[in-house]
Structures are given as structure tokens and as C-alpha cells.
Design a protein around this ligand. Structure first.
Ligand code: ZN
Length: 87
């Protein structure tokens, strides 16, 4: 019985320390923002889907087309844009 209590105590200690560490990490991140982090959640690169072949690509790299109804469709290449017109 004592062993079980000891085990539960260790588990509790682990969970407490883990959540505490996470909290400290959050505080440290707020004070010292990680500039080297490539995937900053504040400015995620928006992905768009090619309307012809279905490939996902960054919005800045996409070929844009605005349809007559105001809807914007994106393409991975000029070729896909041409094919979209055909279909
Ligand atoms: Zn495409």
C-alpha cells in the first residue's frame, strides 16, 4: 500500500513539475521571444490550394485569378491557370 502511495506521489510530483515547467516556458517566451523560431504562430504563411491540381502552396507563390463573381482562385503555375480555363 505504501508503495502505491509513493508511486502516486511521484506521479503527482511529475505532473506538477511538468505544468510548472510549461508555465515558466511561457513566461520566458513572453519576456524573451524566440527570434529563431521558424514557424512563428503570429505570422504563419497562409497556404492556398491550386484549383486545378489540388497542390498546396504558399499564398505569395500562387498564381491568382479573380473570377467574375469576386471569388479568388489560386493556381500553382500559369499552366494550371490555363488548364482551369479549359475545364
Ligand atoms: Zn496546379
Amino acid at each position: 500500500m505504501l508503495k502505491l502511495l509513493f508511486f502516486l506521489f511521484l506521479l503527482f510530483l511529475f505532473v506538477t513539475l511538468y505544468s510548472f515547467k510549461k508555465r515558466v516556458d511561457n513566461i520566458l517566451d513572453a519576456i524573451f521571444p524566440k527570434k529563431h523560431a521558424p514557424n512563428s504562430s503570429k505570422h504563419p504563411e497562409e497556404l492556398v490550394q491550386c484549383a486545378t491540381c489540388g497542390v498546396y502552396l504558399p499564398k505569395h507563390a500562387a498564381v491568382k485569378k479573380i473570377k467574375f463573381n469576386g471569388e479568388i482562385v489560386y493556381f500553382c503555375s500559369v499552366e494550371c491557370k490555363k488548364n482551369y480555363k479549359k475545364g
